[in-house]
Structures are given as C-alpha cells and as structure tokens.
Design a protein around this ligand. Structure first.
Ligand SMILES: [Zn+2]
Ligand SMILES: [Zn+2]
Length: 596
C-alpha cells in the first residue's frame, strides 16, 4: 500500500484483450502472477463486501466503486477507460439501463433491482467453445441476455457446463467465500466452477475442458443477426422500422418484440423459421408452453424476463427480426399487426385484459402498435402511412386543449352536451393515450396536467361516447393533423413560461402608450396570461398569472371578466408585441431573463 492507501504498482500486467470482461482479465492476470484469483483481487485493491470474510468484490464484473477503480489504476497503470470498458456498466444507456425508476434525479439503481430487471448475466457468462479453444479470453458481450451465437464460429453459445451443471463462468463468484484465495493456480482451459463436496469426492474445481463443450452449428443468417445486434451495441447507427433510433430505443423495442413473440409465436412459425437450429426452436417452444400453463394470459413479468439461455435468445433474435430489422414502416407494420391479432385472440381468464396491453411500449413502436391494435385505424391508415416523423410524436407535443376548430370539426359530435373547453381537454388526454399512456391518469401525468381537472374531463364525459371505434379514429385524425402542421414541443413551452406572471412594464408601455392606454399591474397580468395561453395552447384559467395567491382578495369571476375584456380589446400591435416577447422567453436559456 502507498501513502494514499492505494496498492503498489504491480511489476507486470497482462493487457486486456479487445472487449474482454473484467472477471476474464482478472483470471488471466492471476494466472500470470501465479496466484489464486482472490489474491489477485486483493493485490489490485478491489473493494470487497464488508459483511463477508472472503474476497467478494463489490459489483464484481458489473461496475467498479470509485475506490476500486482508483486502486486498479494505481496497481496496473492501465487507464480508467480501459478498466471501465471491461465492466457491464459500459452498456449503461444502450443495451442496459442502470438508472433508478421514479426517483428524483434518476439515481443509480440498487444492484439487487438491476440484477432482476436488466438483461445481463451478472455472475456468469455464456461462451463459445471454439473461441475459448484458441485463447482463454471471455468477451464481455457474452454476459448480455441477447448473447446467442458466435458470429465468428457460427455456433450457439453454451450456457451451462455439462459436468458440474452450473452456469459457465460462475466460478466462486456466487459462493459466500467469494473468489478463491487458496494457494492454487487456475488452469484457464478448464471450467473451474466450484464443486461442493459430495459422496466420495472432496470439494474442488470442475475439470471440464472448455474447448470440449458441445458446439451446435447455426446458419450464417443467424450469426449475421447477432452481428447486427453487436454493431448497435458497439455504437453503429440503429433503425427500427426504417427510422433512425438511439441504441437505447432499439433495445427497448427489442425487449418489447421479445415479449410479443414469447406470447404469440406459434409452434409452426417457430419450427419453420429457417435461421433457427432445431434445438433453439425446441427450447423456445418448451419455455413458451411453460409460461402459458403457469398462468394463462397472466403475469406480465413472465414475458419480460431475460432470455434464460443462448438458444432462447437466438429464437428471440430470429423471430423479432422481421419487425425490428424491417426495411420500412409498412413491412414492420404488417408483422406487428399479425402479432397483435393473435395476442387479442389468445384465450385468457375472464376479466383479464390481454397481457400485451400491460407491457410498456417503446416510443418508437407505439404508433405502429396502436395502429395494429385498433382495427378502425387500419381502414383509415392515418398514422400508419405517415412518414417516419410520426414516430417522434409524444405527449410532449400536445397542448392541454386541442385546437378549437379541430374540436368542432372532428370530436364535438362524439360528446353531445359537452362544453367545448372540457371536450378539448378530453381530446388532448385521448391523444396522450394514443402516444402510449395506458390510463387517463397516466395521460394526465404525461401532459403534466392538473389531475383533478383531468379527472373531471374524463370521468363522466367518456360515457357520452357512443361509438368508441369512431372516436379513436377521429382522435388519430387529430394526431395526424398535428403531425402535418409540424410538431411543437408544448412541454418545453409550458416549462419555459411557468414563471410568466406579469409582462414587464416596458414591453407593454411601448405599444400601449401610443394607444393612450395605461400600463396597470392588472393589464400586465392579463397580458401574461394571454401570452401563456397563446404559446402553450392551454386553458387560460391555468395560466401562472391567474394563480389565486397573486390576486389577493379579488374575486375569481372579476379576474376572469377582466381577462375576457383584455383579450377582446387586444389590438394587433399589442398582440404582435406580446407574441414577440413570448418568443424571446422561449428562446432564452434562462427563462424570465429575456428582454431585461
Ligand atoms: Zn467463437
Ligand atoms: Zn463445470
């Protein structure tokens, strides 16, 4: 240890191979130094679990604690990015999501929850026997849930060791004592999983030769699909249904299609899938039967878990490919539509909704799925035959009230006896549901809309709709119009204007003075409310300038009447001035500081 408590620099350090995993490199380093892996972890100064006596490095192979990273840097002289590239955390933000859900600031998720949720093998690895025959280097991507085949050797990856029946690469990592520190050197050509003592045999390490593991050949097309996946993992541009998406969106779409094919792929379809080796088809079908019998149409979590084996991952890859790697929207749409038809027709327990409704839909597939689920929209083809920009349509692009003319033309007849303001609010909420909100309440949240107002708009109004299919079809038309006119980020506008309670005196004075109008405080507030409504498309009563505490004892009806008189008076030079002022607020990086 040096003065800072960091380990001393080690005399020789094996260079990590391209894409190698940290446990693999640690084993090779230990062999190089002729010590046990646990001793090597100690020499590197890896921070270990404080509650165990053995050597159990924290988040081993997944991420390094700041202290562990510092120590490995000091001990090896390797650069931090090289060391970090060997951890699963390198995939955070692409194929894996390491952030917590629903917590302010999106803190890092607890390790336990990560292990249950993300599609990665946290304490073992899949492996290609042919790769291991040439060098004892285990690539990091073999630990991903979608690792299925070796793109170089065209064989299925292997999950478990036939001799010890444990997952490969499990070693000592899952054992309470952690990495072995006993004075032994590992033969890296062998399985080396810990074997507990049994009748007539002492505890020891599994001696299965890795190069002799069974290798199932796969067609080149499947290896090619795996390579396309790996390219995206490595940062190559990704597409879904012919539109560019981020890697994270791509993997979200892949997890969705995986759930869908698990639910709806038929044995015929699986068996006739030319790129799948027989064993992969069998493994997938068996797993599918198991799920369906366990709880028919039941728990969603079952359809969202990590592919339990390389063979299963291969089937997911092959069966998802027609939708995911489709060259264009239309091809992708026809595949999804066929799947959704089958999902809806699945037998299920009474009262249970079809499980696909409960699986979160990735934004990039939402319009396609929505179009596939609603039979009416297929006739209209409203969102379906849009250019790819329709894939960018989210709740952020919605005002709280839809356009008054659009409402009269398309929606009003569905809602007899409804005040236009309430109907327009309901239509905005319905559009938010189109973008993926699974309930009215979630739609309100997606729109950052007052939940009481949203409840009032949806609770009784939806009962007035007599033809639901026609209603949703018209809501889709609304969405199509919004896209046609060019999408506006209303959520950003609401954020930028959230503090607009009063228009500066100077702004109004410039245009009111020539009109011989005084610039009163009330007029400045009404002007602020008008500007807010003009840009956000919201209900003027929700304007920040009309917050009750700003008006003291003034009655609500008096304020409302003042607002009405202000907007009916509003001459063109004033509205132009207010529009220009509002625009500077939207353009300003610090809201409220513009026009200072
Ligand atoms: Zn290989
Ligand atoms: Zn073994």
């Amino acid at each position: 240890m040096d003065r800072r408590g960091l380990p001393r620099r080690l005399p020789s350090v094996p260079v990590p191979a391209e894409g190698e995993s940290f446990p693999s490199w640690l084993s090779r380093a230990a062999a190089d130094w002729q010590i046990a892996p646990g001793r090597a972890a100690q020499a590197l100064g890896l921070e270990c679990h404080p509650r165990y006596r053995g050597v159990r490095p924290l988040r081993f192979g997944t991420a390094l604690t700041p202290l562990s990273l510092q120590s490995v840097e000091a001990a090896t002289g390797l650069d931090a990015p090289v060391i970090e590239a060997m951890q699963l955390s390198r995939y955070a933000g692409t194929v894996l999501d390491f952030t917590g859900r629903g917590e302010p600031g999106r803190q890092e998720e607890s390790y336990f929850r990560l292990r249950n949720r993300e599609w990665a093998l946290f304490s073992s690895s899949r492996a290609c026997p042919k790769c291991l025959a040439s060098a004892p280097v285990w690539p990091l991507w073999w630990r991903l849930g979608m690792a299925a085949v070796c793109p170089e050797h065209h064989v299925l990856l292997v999950d478990t060791c036939p001799r010890c029946s444990a997952r490969l690469g499990f070693g000592y990592t899952g054992h309470p004592r952690g990495l072995t520190t006993r004075d032994l050197m590992l033969d890296l050509d062998l399985c080396n999983n810990r074997r507990p003592a049994s009748r007539g045999r002492k505890a020891g390490l599994c001696s299965q030769k890795l190069s002799a593991l069974p290798a199932v050949p796969v067609p080149a097309e499947l290896a090619d699909l795996q390579q396309r996946f790996l390219d995206i993992v490595g940062g190559a541009p990704a597409q879904v249904a012919g539109s560019p998406v981020t890697p994270a969106e791509f993997f979200a779409a892949m997890r969705f299609t995986a759930s869908v094919v698990r639910l709806v792929a038929t044995p015929d379809e699986i068996n006739s899938c030319a790129v799948l080796p027989v064993v992969a088809a069998q493994v997938f079908t068996a797993n599918q039967q198991e799920r369906l019998h366990a709880d028919r149409g039941g728990r969603v979590s079952q359809f969202r878990t990590i592919p339990p084996s390389a063979a299963h991952a291969a089937a997911v890859l092959a069966l998802s490919a027609p939708a995911l790697f489709a060259p264009d929207l239309t091809t992708s749409q026809s595949v999804l539509t066929a799947w959704m038809d089958r999902a809806v027709a699945l037998p299920r327990k009474p009262g249970r909704s079809d499980p696909l409704r409960l699986i979160p839909r990735p934004a990039c597939l939402e319009p396609l799925v929505r179009a596939a689920v609603l039979p009416a929209s297929r006739v209209a083809g409203v969102l379906v035959n849009r250019p790819p920009t329709s894939l960018l349509f989210t709740a952020d692009h919605l005002p709280h009230l839809i356009d008054a003319d659009d409402y009269t033309e398309l929606i009003a007849w569905h809602l007899p006896g409804t005040a236009a303001m309430n109907g327009r609010r309901l239509a905005a909420l319905a559009l938010a549901r189109l973008t993926g909100a699974t309930s009215w309440q979630r739609a309100a949240t997606a729109l950052a809309m007052d939940s009481v107002k949203a409840f009032r708009a949806t609770n009784t109004l939806v009962q007035r709709i007599s033809d639901a299919d026609a209603f949703w079809q018209d809501i889709e038309r609304l969405g199509a119009r919004a896209i046609e006119r060019g999408l506006i980020d209303y959520a950003a506008r609401r954020r930028a204007l959230a503090e607009l309670t009063m228009v500066p005196h100077a702004v109004l004075f410039e245009v009111c003075h020539p009109l011989r109008r005084d610039v009163t405080e009330q007029r400045r507030r009404h002007a602020a409310a008008w500007t807010w409504q003009h840009f956000t498309g919201g209900d003027v009563r929700d304007a920040p300038a009309y917050a009750p505490d700003l008006w003291g004892s003034t009655s609500r009806s008096f304020v409302r009447e003042g607002g009405r008189r202000f907007s009916s008076w509003l001459p063109e030079p004033v509205s132009r001035q207010l529009t220009a002022y509002g625009q500077t607020l939207l353009d300003s990086p610090t809201p409220g500081k513009a026009w200072a």
